[in-house]
Write a new protein. Structure first.
Length: 94
């Protein structure tokens, strides 16, 4: 989700996938920065309550998926449901 939002590869300063795996699994690293407003790449109309809600939900879902405790991460059907909700919000902005 971070890569889609930021339109760049996360962990670009790491040498290889093994070092990324280690940083995530053992050090709890996650991609940075976490934006505080929607990047232009998301193409969310700005200055609306619905766009703020959609962006907030996107960040919340992304952070939940990254939870260090895998028991707290959502199941795919929960992710799918949340993305359907965000799609509905996005559609209402068009």
């Amino acid at each position: 989700m971070w890569e889609v939002m930021m339109q760049e590869k996360p962990f670009k300063n790491y040498l290889n996938e093994r070092s990324i795996d280690y940083a995530i699994a053992h050090d709890g690293k996650r991609p940075e920065p976490i934006p505080t407003s929607p990047p232009q790449t998301l193409q969310i109309p700005s200055n609306s309550r619905a766009s703020d809600e959609m962006f907030s939900r996107w960040i919340s879902l992304m952070m939940t998926c990254w939870d260090q405790d895998f028991h707290k991460r959502p199941f795919f059907d929960e992710i799918f449901h949340e993305m359907e909700q965000m799609h509905s919000i996005h559609s209402s902005l068009q």
